[in-house]
Design a protein around this ligand. Structure first.
Ligand SMILES: [Zn+2]
Length: 240
């Protein structure tokens, strides 16, 4: 049993500097700041666990567990996040938009954003071999509560099947695009066989939380170290 029974789940998107014209530059944490976040977590005694391991809370747990997650699966994770994670022996969970693999962020381009490359199959396999976990973030990144139930069900279930083929292992974790979910969508996630899913409520996760809508802490470009530490502190306080 963990003495704390509390784990902050951090949400990152991109590690890199924002391209010119980026609509949401706040999603790009610079490699230097990301390295500072990881160094601080290590110094503060945090140990990373993958999201699928967190769900049971009954393994010999670290004193201070933390989960690092990345949404969407941008290529910059291979270039900038993987080396930094490796340096600390940290793991992380990356939620992939399945139809974006080896391609670009078409759902963001459609909304007027800059085109950016996504992780390739080879990069995903290399990261998996280095201990990174992959989960589903649907096929095409829709608002699941706004598309038809048939489409939503396919986005949730078919993405899991395709990832299991690609990764050669079970895919137990899911993240709702835009943090957008309702009871019907949550039910689809349960039916598709996922064990853990992340929403975007800001708090640290506890064992008594609904495992299919776990809270997460959105980490942004402007979260220099004091702000980063404050966000963790605040999330842990909220969870108590
Ligand atoms: Zn996303």
């Amino acid at each position: 049993m963990s003495t704390r029974r509390l784990a902050p789940i951090l949400l990152y998107h991109k590690v890199g500097n924002p391209p010119r014209g980026a609509r949401v530059p706040g999603q790009c944490v610079s490699p230097g700041l990301f390295a500072k976040h990881l160094s601080w977590l290590a110094r503060a005694g945090y140990e990373t666990v993958s999201l699928s391991r967190l769900r049971a809370w009954d393994w010999p747990p670290p004193e201070k567990p933390v989960v690092i997650t990345f949404d969407d699966g941008y290529e910059c994770l291979h270039r900038h996040a993987l080396p930094a994670l490796r340096e600390h022996g940290f793991t992380a969970t990356v939620f992939l938009v399945v139809e974006g693999i080896g391609g670009t962020n078409t759902w963001e381009v459609a909304a007027g954003d800059v085109e950016e490359p996504m992780l390739s199959v080879e990069q995903i396999r290399e990261m998996q071999a280095a201990g990174i976990e992959f989960g589903s973030h649907t096929l095409t990144h829709p608002h699941l509560t706004e598309v038809s139930p048939e489409r939503a069900r396919r986005e949730v279930a078919a993405s899991r099947a395709r990832l299991e083929d690609l990764l050669g292992r079970p895919c137990a974790t899911f993240a709702y695009p835009y943090g957008d979910w309702n009871q019907e969508v949550r039910e689809m996630v349960a039916e598709a066989g996922y064990a853990v899913a992340c929403g975007t409520r800001r708090a640290a996760a506890r064992p008594e939380d609904d495992a299919l809508v776990l809270p997460r802490i959105n980490i942004r470009r402007y979260n220099v170290l004091p702000r980063f530490r404050y966000k963790l502190w605040q999330a842990e306080r909220r969870a108590r």
